[in-house]
Design a protein around this ligand. Structure first.
Ligand code: BDR
Ligand code: CA
Length: 327
């Protein structure tokens, strides 16, 4: 079994991505670390505990991490997935029972420890702002060497963004951390950028089939949960997709983070990629947080990343559908 450590800012697409990893028999999730992003880090922890309980996988340990970026104050959270990150539809929000399920160890320390206990065996999948990852490498610069590889959902590859005109949410929320990670993590690094996830997302018919027909007909806790939490964001995503057809072919719920998990589970879901040095832009009012690709290595970097270009939709859809079939 592949060992996966997931770092998340658990919004709706993160929940979907976590469920994909949990459903995959070739994968063992060794822990989930939480970061602010789609919502506060407390809601993120609560959301992860909820997803694990829905999938009857509460034995997986959950670690609380960063509540804000490395530099500057708290960024505004997007309202894309509601105040609580899961569409504001869950009823048991006031209960504090979830707090008992969070480990005492900080997320960044847990990452370092787990990688050291499983030398070269852990794939780290990061689907939120990269603050915990940046903290971990600053606490222990040797830590990335103990990882097998790193999969990131974040950044952009064509200078287009979803938070600013040219930068993507996870990188904009903490540009310094994204910079540190892409400079310091010298392990094999795979990036599912925002444009990649939009361009390779499911055509409308397939998306409707999976999330409206297939999902509704599954009598599983995971499918019922996804139906509930996507009930509001679907309408928003459809309108956004229709208004932004050039980059957003999905026109429905886009499972951004699931692309990173799918690539980690099965490299064959990625059919084409660009291998090149990358760097995060830290300056500028529009460019801050933008991912720059450097195919001719003008930056003279020794390390390059694999930036995903296209995906095998049939394989990806199979993994998506499997995630709804649990427990
Ligand atoms: C990313 O931003 C978050 O809203 C999503 O969960 C995803 O990780 C997409 O830009
Ligand atoms: Ca996310």
């Amino acid at each position: 079994q592949k060992l996966l450590l997931i770092d998340t800012d658990c919004g709706i697409d993160d929940a979907q991505a976590i469920m994909m990893a949990l459903a995959e028999p070739t994968v063992k999730v060794v822990g989930i670390t939480c970061c602010f992003g789609n919502t506060t880090v407390d809601y993120v922890c609560q959301n992860v505990v909820k997803v694990l309980s829905v999938c009857e996988r509460s034995e997986i340990q959950v670690f609380r991490g960063a509540c804000c970026p490395l530099v500057g104050g708290k960024n505004d959270f997007t309202d894309h997935f509601g105040t609580d990150g899961l569409g504001d539809v869950l009823e048991d929000r006031d209960s504090e029972v979830w707090k008992d399920k969070i480990q005492k160890e900080h997320a960044a320390l847990a990452m370092i420890r787990l990688a050291s206990e499983n030398q070269g065996k852990i794939s780290l999948v990061a689907v939120g702002p990269l603050t915990n990852l940046a903290m971990a490498v600053r606490l222990d610069p040797t830590f990335p060497r103990n990882l097998k590889d790193l999969y990131i959902m974040g950044g952009n590859m064509e200078g287009k963004g979803n938070m600013t005109p040219c930068a993507e949410f996870n990188f904009v929320m903490d540009p310094e951390s994204a910079y540190v990670v892409l400079e310091e993590y010298l392990c094999p690094t795979h990036i599912a950028t925002w444009e990649f996830t939009c361009r390779n997302t499911l055509p409308w018919v397939r998306s409707v089939y999976i999330f409206k027909i297939y999902m509704v007909n599954q009598d599983t806790a995971a499918a019922k949960f996804m139906k509930l939490i996507t009930s509001k964001c679907w309408a928003f995503s459809k309108t956004f997709g229709e208004n932004n057809r050039d980059v957003h072919f999905g026109q429905g719920f886009v499972p951004y983070d699931s692309f990173a998990v799918a690539a980690c589970i099965d490299q064959r879901t990625v059919t084409d990629s660009i291998q090149c040095p990358v760097r995060v832009e830290l300056q500028g009012s529009l460019g801050r947080g933008m991912l720059a690709l450097d195919p001719t290595n003008m930056l003279k970097k020794s390390h390059s990343a694999s930036v995903m270009k296209s995906c095998d939709q049939t394989k990806f859809c199979k993994l998506l559908m499997a995630s709804l079939n649990q427990p």
